[in-house]
Design a protein around this ligand. Structure first.
Ligand code: MN
Length: 488
């Protein structure tokens, strides 16, 4: 069977037209990537199919899945934007171009710029569907890292941990976030990964035995109480989040009760509370461990009831009770949010206000997108709150530096390093020589030329906008050399 049909099968809802679109994008991408190989030696197109499948599983629309199939044709198959536009139209081209742009951003471990890079990432995407495609693309890449040369592998893993996973987190896509983190964890902190891996292995074996027994008892109690529709499942805390909790608990695994948690998914909120009653009637709850996140959702919008119980044979286990809708929101975040928005009328909107509120800047972005035409020139329109009075510029290596509005190359130089600031002799913006009082604009690529003998002049105080630059310039002009701090 043609694999395009495999992808179509995974779509949540799709018309004949959608199916045609997927088949067409599939054939187009297959041809475009023909003969290309991945590091592992397998056909490049396998990566494309994997990305399209995980997109379909997330529940995004057919257009986004089609864009997923085409996400690498500009960069890796060197096709032109005109070709995509001609075959698939503006809006798919828009998504593909967005993903391609995001691929150019690089994170090289400059910690103080992490947050601005995350924001810039979202902003440059312009559409949350672009972010979702890029995240699933990264998930597949990071899950096949073992084939990638070591240096590149480490960079990709670190970038995933610092940029991609936090973005997935903010989009409420916790399942994706967990997968991104666990794949990267292995390469960024290999020693710690092994340690946690071993702890978990011991725990898992011990847990799985009594979980089976537990399942049975619970299923029986539920049936007796007349709750027919439920699914029982258990989840094992993912490695990276266990690692973080483990550090918080002074490396005492015995104090962490939710390494393995049982999850009960029911139809209605009423059933959630009934199940809580059944559980507490059957097993003794640990005092102080009952958390009602249905009545009081977590700040990130998460809803569930959590309780921890004594299993009666010496074990302690956490139980999470939620509706199917809460479950999907918790797993897929904004993807399920978009899906519900698309498939239902406006009256379900209310249910998502909590999630929306908590997606603050992402929601702002979505709102803002509605007012901006999708045809380019968006950098001029970057006027959301968090970008007000801020510009994002690049180093020639692709690092993002954020500066206040009207900053000059002098500010940029000091933002990189005071030594570079103190020896500026010239600057290039987008490969052209510019005056040192040039005002930098969003997206500019700035290159600083330094000279051994160059030093700050009093004019620079007029050019510099940032406190840091001005401070260093003043110190230099006063001739006191490096700053010394005196405490009294
Ligand atoms: Mn890709």
């Amino acid at each position: 069977m043609n694999k395009a049909e495999d992808i179509i099968k995974l779509l949540r809802k799709h018309s004949k037209k959608d199916d045609e679109l997927i088949r067409k994008a599939y054939a187009f991408a297959e041809k475009a990537h023909a003969g290309q190989k991945r590091y592992s030696g397998e056909p490049y197109f396998n990566h494309i199919v994997a990305v399209a499948k995980s997109l379909a599983l997330l529940g995004v629309n057919a257009e986004t899945v089609a864009a997923g199939l085409l996400h690498d044709v500009l960069e890796d198959a060197h096709l032109s934007t005109d070709q995509i536009k001609k075959e698939f139209g503006e809006s798919i081209l828009f998504l593909v171009e967005g993903v391609t742009k995001l691929g150019k951003l690089k994170y090289r471990g400059l910690d103080r710029h992490v947050e601005s890079l995350r924001k810039f990432f979202i902003a440059i995407a312009q559409d949350v569907n672009v972010v979702i495609i890029k995240l699933t693309d990264r998930l597949h890449n990071v899950s096949t890292l073992e084939h990638v040369p070591e240096l590149k592998r480490k960079r990709i893993a670190l970038e995933t941990l610092e940029i991609y996973a936090p973005i997935a987190d903010r989009l409420g896509m916790w399942k994706l976030k967990a997968e991104l983190e666990d794949h990267s964890f292995k390469y960024v902190y290999p020693k710690e990964y092994k340690e946690i891996h071993n702890i978990l292995k011991d725990r898992k074996n011990a847990s799985e035995e009594y979980l089976k027994k537990f399942h049975k008892t619970l299923a029986k109690a539920m049936a007796e109480s007349g709750i027919k529709h439920f699914t029982l499942d258990h989840r094992i805390k993912h490695l990276y989040s266990l690692y973080q909790k483990w550090l918080r608990y002074n490396k005492d695994i015995e104090k962490i009760y939710d390494v393995v948690a049982l999850r009960i998914v029911v139809h209605t909120i009423e059933d959630c509370y009934r199940v809580l009653g059944i559980v507490h009637k059957t097993w003794r709850p640990l005092p102080g461990r009952i958390k009602d996140y249905i009545a009081l959702p977590k700040p990130n919008g998460y809803q569930s009831i959590h309780t921890t119980i004594f299993t009666g044979d010496g074990g302690i286990v956490e139980i999470q009770i939620r509706t199917k809708e809460m479950h999907e929101k918790a797993e897929y975040g904004i993807a399920s949010h978009l899906m519900y928005k698309e498939t239902s009328g406006s009256n379900t909107k209310e249910k998502y206000t909590e999630l929306e509120k908590n997606l603050s800047w992402i929601e702002q972005l979505i709102e803002w997108q509605k007012h901006v035409s999708k045809t380019g020139e968006y950098l001029e329109h970057l006027k959301m709150d968090f970008f007000k009075n801020q510009v994002f510029v690049f180093t020639p290596m692709g690092d993002v530096i954020d500066l206040p509005e009207d900053s000059s190359p002098i500010d940029f130089a000091y933002a990189i390093h005071s030594d570079i600031g103190n020896h500026v002799s010239g600057a290039r913006v987008n490969k052209k020589m510019v005056a040192l009082n040039t005002k930098l604009k969003n997206g500019d690529i700035v290159e600083i030329i330094t000279k051994e003998g160059a030093k700050p002049s009093s004019k620079w105080l007029d050019y510099a906008k940032t406190h840091m630059a001005r401070k260093h310039i003043r110190v230099h002009l006063q001739g006191v050399g490096p700053i010394k701090r005196f405490f009294s």
